[in-house]
Design a protein around this ligand. Structure first.
Ligand code: NAD
Length: 333
């Protein structure tokens, strides 16, 4: 049994990760600025601290000298509608940087044995993601750096921050670059939801058509949450520091993703592609499309960890659609 701390455990990935670590028999403390939206805290951890990790005194109270491992997932975060309009850039950079500065400093001071940092596919240069059929997200392609969002720049800065603390103070770090993680118990409305959840919600609500931002030919890959959690745990157990991709290599266009969800729903509805960039959709959100193509490159993870994700996208989407459909149609909403 290890004493572990999951920062951002009130959120989507952190909640699932904390629950898995607790189910595995570890003693889990979670800190987040808010309670988990869907899970009772006893389900995912032994102790849930509501606190703002931008405040060093909170970070100091959460991480102790007997903490074995820290998983740092807290970030000012959202989907394309939140991160790529530019409207939240200052907050995203300021809030997430402060959290990361506090966390790695405190972990080093308290001699935490190992720290996981959740980076993102958004660190990769825009110029390698212009061709939707052939994007390059190999780990080594990240430099010379040119992410397409301030969110990506902050992630890249914080990767370097964690690596610098490793280099100068010897703290053991692991860095995973997540590529579009999805699944139940995550944000599905309100503007911070990501594309699989948004499309599941729109499909659950639709009687005629489902709006997809842009021409729908932009490509992405999506990793189901259980496989993401497994990949994080295996990375932590390995000797490899990263940064390494944690994603799926099953690349689909956004229209293909939407069609898969529509098929799962069994509804007789169509896809309506709406103009991206400056267009405002019927929910009042800007419609940024992001890069044209993005896919995870899992060769390095496979080589270093000796394991690979394998679940087809459709299976995870079935579980996610079932959950969101229930949320959309349940009385509490
Ligand atoms: P999420 O928004 O559900 O979780 C982040 C959590 O951080 C939230 O619960 C939020 O309340 C918390 N948080 C924000 N500011 C805080 C503060 N000042 N103090 C304490 N807690 C604070 O997002 P997620 O999808 O679970 O992502 C987890 C991590 O993985 C993030 O760092 C994110 O950038 C990274 N990531 C996620 C994806 C993805 O597809 N979901 C992709 C790439 C990277």
């Amino acid at each position: 049994m290890k004493k572990v701390v999951v920062l951002g455990g009130g959120g989507f990935i952190g909640g699932h990760l904390a629950k898995r670590l607790k189910d595995d028999g570890n003693q889990v403390t979670v800190c987040d600025i808010k309670d988990h939206e869907y899970w009772d805290s006893n389900t995912i951890c032994d102790k849930f601290i509501v606190g703002d990790l931008r405040d060093p005194s909170i970070v100091s109270s959460v991480i102790s000298t007997d903490t074995d491992e820290v998983y740092q997932l807290a970030a000012d975060m959202g989907g394309a509608g939140y991160l790529f309009t530019g409207d939240n850039d200052a907050n995203v950079m300021h809030n997430s940087s402060l959290i990361n500065l506090n966390v790695i400093h405190e972990c080093t001071k308290k001699l935490v044995k190992k720290v996981f940092y959740s980076s993102s596919a958004c660190v990769y240069p825009e110029h390698n993601q212009l061709d939707p059929n052939n994007p390059n997200c190999e780990e080594s392609s990240v430099y010379p750096a040119s992410p397409d969002s301030e969110y990506g720049w902050e992630k890249l800065y914080s990767e370097r921050l964690f690596l610098a603390f490793n280099k100068n103070y010897g703290i053991d770090v692991r860095i995973g670059r997540f590529h579009n993680i999805f699944g139940p118990m995550g944000t599905w409305s309100g503007g911070k939801e990501k594309v699989p959840a948004a499309i599941c919600r729109k499909t659950a609500e639709a009687s005629n058509s489902v709006e997809v931002w842009g021409d729908g030919l932009q490509t992405r890959s999506f990793l189901y949450i259980d496989e993401c959690v497994e990949a994080v745990i295996k990375l932590m157990e390995s000797d490899f520091m990263g940064p390494v991709n944690i994603g799926s290599q099953e690349m689909v266009s956004i229209n293909e993703l939407a069609q898969m969800v529509i098929d799962i729903s069994g509804k007789d509805i169509s896809i309506q592609n709406i103009q991206g960039q400056t267009f405002v959709d019927k929910y009042g959100f800007n419609c940024p499309e992001g890069v044209r193509g993005r896919n995870s490159d899992n060769r390095l993870y496979k080589e270093k960890i000796g394991w690979a994700v394998s679940q087809p996208l459709r299976i995870g989407l079935e579980q996610t659609y079932r959950w969101i459909n229930q949320e959309v149609n349940s009385p509490r909403h």
